[in-house]
Design a protein around this ligand. Structure first.
Ligand code: PHE
Length: 489
């Protein structure tokens, strides 16, 4: 097929047209089948590369018997030759070996006769001209008489065959010789080569919309975030507890018990069960000490730390509570460098407005390793946002009870034409890590952001209540396209 195409375009590049496809194919390669060639030509025609004009034609071709006659002589000539050997042939032998028609033909041409004595067939002509063989050898020039044609057909030397052919001209899209692809392969997708290809099917087709099972925009964005974390080698943390005690949510994070965030104006407290105590005595003692007296080079907050306050159940205000549990477990099971992430729901007692809800989703990343510095945190956060398609980011010094240094993350919003706050980050304090039992040289860098803000930006929604809560429109979920972050190259 490739050879055929090469020859075809080589020829058409320097000639105007191919007048007779059948003859052209035969002239290029005797072995090629014209029907196969027409198949390939038709596929080029469907691309507009060539234009085909079909011509009906028939022609006379040698049969097997005809080919034998050309090669060795006609049957009547062979019969005549055989009659000259060993006193001739009996009529039966003649008919058996050369066929009944050969006998009749040799007879009527007076080439043979019957010997009166032996009753065998013998030569009556001393030399003959095998006209049948000559005519057959030069079919195109000799076979003009209809009578001859009919005789040859009747004797089975030639047959009439369909010799349809086509005229080949250059098509409108002659320059465009790309073959339409039958498959969209992984390789084409990887290097964007698919964009240069033509397909037998419509790659731009939107496809059928399923009539159920639509993913919520938040869930679509969540899936994208999750993939970015996984691609960067992060492991997902188990976040399936909305209820947390204050110990893990605040105390273990070196957040003092009188901190305003621990007020019921900011946090939802549970009345039933009001308390829980799933932390170890050892950890509790160390947390209590670091808050009330200090330690690990810190003077602490110097106040009367109370267990009842730490035991109070709340709806977790951030997933950093889960990070704290994971880091404690890491310290207790023997420290190994780790990268964790989570994306799940958190709750804050906010007054509701266009950009605030009492519950939202937090995206959190944590890296624990020895000798981690602020520059690592900046690099990882930059890479994380670059993969979201945001490369213009800035950091601003900030304050968090559990991180030092702390940085707010700002990203340039091309539509708003200004920097908007994307998240918060920092290096966890020794006052948080050392009571857990993590070695002194272990540093843990972390950052957090909301899932709602990037979703609102992506879907161009300005009111958070249209994507979350009891006011959302079901059509909104159904009609929104999938969200894809295009990573910057
Ligand atoms: N927990 C912080 C918040 O609620 C986010 C954060 C996570 C900050 C980790 C620093 C480190 O905003």
């Amino acid at each position: 097929k490739d050879q055929f195409n090469n020859k075809l375009f080589e020829y058409l590049d320097s000639n105007n047209e191919i007048v007779n496809s059948r003859e052209w194919v035969k002239s290029v390669n005797e072995q090629w089948d014209h029907q196969d060639a027409v198949g390939i030509l038709k596929s080029w025609e469907s691309l507009g590369t060539v234009v085909l004009t079909f011509v009906n034609a028939t022609g006379l071709l040698l049969t097997e018997k005809g080919k034998q006659a050309v090669a060795n002589g006609s049957p009547e000539a062979l019969l005549w030759a055989a009659c000259g050997v060993d006193g001739g042939l009996t009529p039966k032998e003649a008919s058996d070996r050369f066929g009944p028609t050969a006998f009749g033909a040799a007879r009527s041409k007076k080439w043979i006769d019957t010997d009166k004595v032996t009753k065998k067939l013998v030569q009556s002509a001393t030399s003959i001209t095998d006209a049948t063989r000559e005519i057959l050898s030069d079919l195109t020039n000799r076979l003009k008489e209809t009578k001859d044609i009919n005789d040859m057909k009747k004797s089975g030397f030639v047959e009439e065959k369909n010799l349809n052919y086509c005229k080949i001209n250059k098509g409108e899209k002659y320059g465009n010789r790309k073959k339409k692809q039958a498959d969209l392969t992984l390789d084409m997708l990887k290097d964007d080569a698919w964009a240069q290809e033509e397909f037998k099917f419509n790659v731009n087709s939107k496809g059928l919309v399923p009539d159920s099972g639509f993913r919520h925009p938040l869930s679509k964005v969540k899936a994208e975030f999750k993939q970015i974390f996984l691609d960067m080698g992060f492991q997902e943390m188990p976040t399936m507890n909305y209820v947390e005690n204050s110990f893990w949510n605040f105390d273990a994070l070196f957040q003092p018990q009188q901190h305003p965030a621990r007020d019921s104006h900011d946090t939802f407290f549970l009345s039933d069960p009001e308390k829980s105590h799933d932390f170890t005595d050892d950890h509790l003692e160390k947390v209590k000490t670091v808050h009330s007296k200090g330690g690990y080079g810190s003077i602490g907050y110097i106040y009367d730390w109370k267990l009842e306050e730490a035991e109070k159940n709340i709806l977790r205000t951030h997933t950093t509570a889960v990070s704290a549990r994971m880091l404690y477990k890491l310290a207790q099971t023997g420290f190994k460098p780790q990268k964790f992430f989570s994306i799940d729901r958190v709750f804050r007692n906010e007054s509701l407005d266009a950009t605030h809800l009492a519950e939202f989703h937090q995206v959190e990343g944590v890296i624990a390793d020895k000798e981690i510095s602020l520059s690592h945190l900046i690099a990882v956060i930059s890479e994380f946002f670059r993969r979201l398609g945001i490369d213009n980011i800035r950091f601003k010094p900030a304050y968090n009870p559990y991180t030092e240094p702390s940085m707010e993350i700002f990203g340039y919003h091309p539509q708003l034409k200004r920097f908007v706050e994307l998240g918060n980050s920092g290096i966890f304090r020794p006052e948080m890590l050392r009571p857990m039992g993590l070695p002194e040289d272990v540093r843990v860098a972390a950052w957090g952001l909301s899932l709602e803000r990037p979703t609102m930006i992506k879907y161009e929604i300005d009111n958070i209540r249209s994507i979350f809560g009891n006011n959302i429109n079901v059509n909104f979920i159904q009609n929104n396209p999938i969200c894809m972050f295009k990573p910057l190259k």
